[in-house]
Design a protein around this ligand. Structure first.
Ligand SMILES: Nc1nc2c(ncn2[C@@H]2O[C@H](COP(=O)(O)OP(=O)(O)OP(=O)(O)O)[C@@H](O)[C@H]2O)c(=O)[nH]1
Length: 309
């Protein structure tokens, strides 16, 4: 399947005018230890440029921009300052229970503070330069985990249909949110059966060591069973958040490039394939099925590596 379809590149572009502070700091979080003792920015001073260091060097602030959507750039390369728009635009849907940190993660992605948040703001657009290539992600924090009816239920279902990639978040301090994450994975598989979508299981709040209820091993095991990627993050410390979103981009690209290559190979193959080749392909598939145990082993080694399939 080709993920980079025209339909997926449709609208959802709103722009925002909120200046970005150096660090996303939720009022209820403990102070980031990296900022302790450091010089604090003067809130009275106008900030000439939007900046949020942990997520890259190419963040840009549009002072004249008055519409709603948050839009920015970051780069995984330190010297890339490109501001041009990308053709590659993908929707990433955040799923998970209440209070697991979806909005906090989205806020860091967008580079906004809680006080800068606008009511009803739940879609954030940002251009990332990852491995030298630009990709725009539209992160949707629109999921409501309640049992809904009527119009609300249908928009609920839409969430499961519109994503090019999914980030399923649980809190490592809340076992029931971990169980919900597994259920969400099953629901997603049911809704998007035929598609090989990038899905990343995220154990957030890894900074809350003492109240941890779900171990890293459990998170990883769940990702292996449900065939998705896995990462632990801390929105409060901004730990692994850029790795998460850059990983999303890499996972999308791996599938896009893979499916293009497969399609190309398939059409050439179809034209040229002889009976012997067909027989060989059949045998290969048979062997592959017998090697499923080996595949699980390989997956268990790579489920935390967001740069490989
Ligand atoms: N210590 C800690 N607290 C966090 C972290 N991420 C989020 N929180 C806190 O958890 C609470 C809920 O965070 P939100 O980002 O609003 O969670 P949510 O999943 O968007 O919740 P809903 O909007 O209700 O679905 C807030 O008080 C955050 O400050 C984290 O990584 N560490």
């Amino acid at each position: 399947m080709t993920l980079n379809t025209q339909r997926e590149k449709e609208p959802l572009r709103r722009r925002g005018s909120t200046p970005i502070p150096p660090l996303y700091q939720h009022p209820s979080w403990p102070q980031d230890p990296r900022t302790l003792g450091g010089a604090q920015p003067d809130p009275e001073q106008p900030r000439p440029q939007r900046s949020h260091p942990p997520l890259g060097q190419s963040a840009s602030y549009h002072p004249g921009d008055t519409s709603l959507h948050y839009r920015a750039q970051w780069s995984s390369e330190s010297d890339d300052d490109s501001q041009s728009d990308s053709d590659c635009v993908y929707r990433v849907v955040l799923l998970g229970d209440h209070g697991v940190g979806k909005t906090s993660l989205a806020g860091i992605f967008a580079g906004i503070t809680e006080k800068d948040e606008q009511p009803g703001e739940d879609t954030y657009e940002r251009t990332l330069t990852v491995d030298g290539e630009e990709t725009t992600l539209i992160v949707m924090d629109t999921w409501e985990n309640d049992k809904l009816e009527g119009e609300a239920a249908s928009s609920h279902n839409d969430c499961l249909k519109v994503g090019s990639a999914y980030v399923i978040v649980y809190s490592v301090t809340d076992r029931s949110s971990f169980d919900s994450a597994a259920e969400l994975r099953i629901t997603l598989r049911r809704t998007r059966q035929a598609e090989n979508l990038p899905i990343i299981l995220v154990g957030n709040k890894s900074d809350l060591v003492r109240s941890r209820e779900v171990t890293v091993e459990e998170g990883r095991a769940c990702a292996i069973v449900f065939d998705c990627k896995f990462i632990e993050t801390s929105a409060s410390l901004q730990h692994n958040v850029s790795e998460l979103f850059e990983g999303v981009v890499r996972q999308i690209r791996l599938r896009r490039d893979g499916s293009e290559a497969v399609q190309r190979r398939h059409s050439i193959y179809k034209r040229k394939e002889s009976v012997t080749q067909k027989a060989r392909r059949f045998l290969d598939r048979l062997v592959a099925r017998n090697n499923q145990r080996m595949a699980v082993k390989v997956r268990s080694k790579s489920c935390h590596d967001l740069a490989v399939l």
